[in-house]
Ligand binder design. Sequence first.
Ligand code: 5GP
Length: 184
Amino acid sequence: MDKTREISEYLGDVLVSKERIQEMVKDLGRRITEDYKGKKLILIGVLKGGFVFMADLVREIKIPIEMDFIAVSSYGSSTKTSGVVRLIKDIDVPLNDKHVIIVEDIIDSGLTLTYLKEMFSARNPLSLKICTAFDKPDRRKVELTAEYTGITIPDKYVVGYGLDYDGILRNLHDLYELDEKVYK
Ligand code: 5GP
């Protein structure tokens, strides 16, 4: 599908509204602030999808934190997972004196975060947890649970709030279902 249409032509129903997302981010920010008081914390955002959530979340955390980003390959232009995870950009600070939270946009099969957890665990952080904006537990291929989960959603391909379809639609405030005609 070409990428020059009106945004509304790509979108199905709103699954999670902007207001509900803002509430969720505030709540997670409060919990992380409480849990990590007096601790050295770094948040590691997973690009590209996690950048919108990361930007909102860090501003709801009211303690000093470091932040960094990694990039991994995602679905490419298809809406089905390949199951292959490729690290495109790493962080360059040591983690052995820090508590770490990986910040992800969505957990689907769980393969990406299983890979990232193993990779970061090997660097001996003081602790390692996962924070995700959205979760699709019905799609899990491996056992994986985030310590901080924003909103659980059904098994639908979603776009907006950082999540893309073929590189576009990340710049929407709400989370939408992708219209079926786009990929069928
Ligand atoms: P997993 O490894 O858990 O299967 O997938 C994680 C990654 O797949 C996410 O970070 C995201 O980039 C992508 N992904 C999974 N589900 C969706 C979805 O419904 N919409 C979009 N746009 N990306 C998704």
